[in-house]
Ligand binder design. Structure first.
Ligand code: PGA
Length: 245
């Protein structure tokens, strides 16, 4: 089970220190992996604050080159250098707001894996595709075009665009159908069993139902991960699910 907290462009140094105090008081399980993706500027800071805890940190994005004249970009090598274990690639906000296409996502993922990072590769359909009944086809195309050949030790996050930050989530049947579909395609591409996270309006109230869906190996949480109490409640739901109580 995997719980990922994507803080996006939120939480400053003071709030991160506050957050970390709650983490210090919590008993983590070795059965549920937690990874936090803070803003780039605070990765190192957070990593030092949680150095004694079984929590990983990661980057929200990385470039497809290791170095060079790319003002404002971050190398996967640098993320690795400051202790990141994971990097999110192809988040819908990067795809939409920074025009990253499937090919960019493939290159960035490939480069991250070459830098010994584990990738959380995001895919997701828009409401238009969902309403037209084309969601499954759309995701298949997205996966085929954005998964690099060297994809390993990595995960897929299924995040329907219309669900991110909206409070709307697909039905449990739709999530199950999509995760099964992704599991088959990614197995076909990589010949490996890859873990699949669900993301989009995950919160304390819906987490248990979501984790009960077949082929859901964890969640990528945005808004609800910004409060330590909610993040830890979501984590606790995953622990309960793992131990079946
Ligand atoms: P949300 O964001 O949980 O706020 O919907 C999820 C994400 O963008 O990864």
């Amino acid at each position: 089970m995997f719980i990922a907290a994507n803080w996006k462009m939120n939480l400053d140094k003071k709030s991160i220190l506050e957050f970390s105090k709650h983490l210090q008081e919590f008993k983590f399980s070795n059965k549920v992996k937690a990874c936090i993706f803070p803003p780039m500027t605070y990765i190192d800071y957070l990593n030092n604050l949680v150095a004694n805890l079984p929590i990983s940190v990661g980057g929200q994005n990385c470039h497809f080159n290791f170095s060079g004249a790319y003002t404002g970009e971050v190398s996967p090598i640098f993320l690795k250098d400051i202790g990141c274990e994971y990097v999110i690639v192809g988040h819908s906000e990067r795809r939409t707001l920074n025009n990253e296409n499937d090919y960019d996502v493939m290159l960035r993922s490939q480069s991250a894996i070459n830098a010994n990072l584990k990738v959380i590769l995001c895919v997701g359909e828009s409401l238009v595709e969902r309403k037209k009944g084309e969601a499954l086809n759309f995701i298949e195309k997205q996966l085929l075009a954005s998964t690099p050949k060297n994809f390993e030790n990595s995960l897929i996050a299924y995040e329907p665009l219309w669900s991110i930050g909206t409070g709307n989530i697909p039905s449990m049947t739709e999530i199950q159908e999509m995760h099964e579909h992704i599991a088959q395609i990614i197995n076909h591409i990589t010949n490996k069993k890859i873990k699949i996270l669900y993301g989009g309006s995950v919160n304390v109230d819906n987490i248990t139902d979501i984790l009960n869906i077949k082929n859901v190996d964890g969640v990528l949480v945005g808004g609800a991960s910004l409060k330590a109490k909610d993040f830890l409640a979501i984590y606790t739901a995953a622990v309960k699910k793992t131990y079946n109580f």
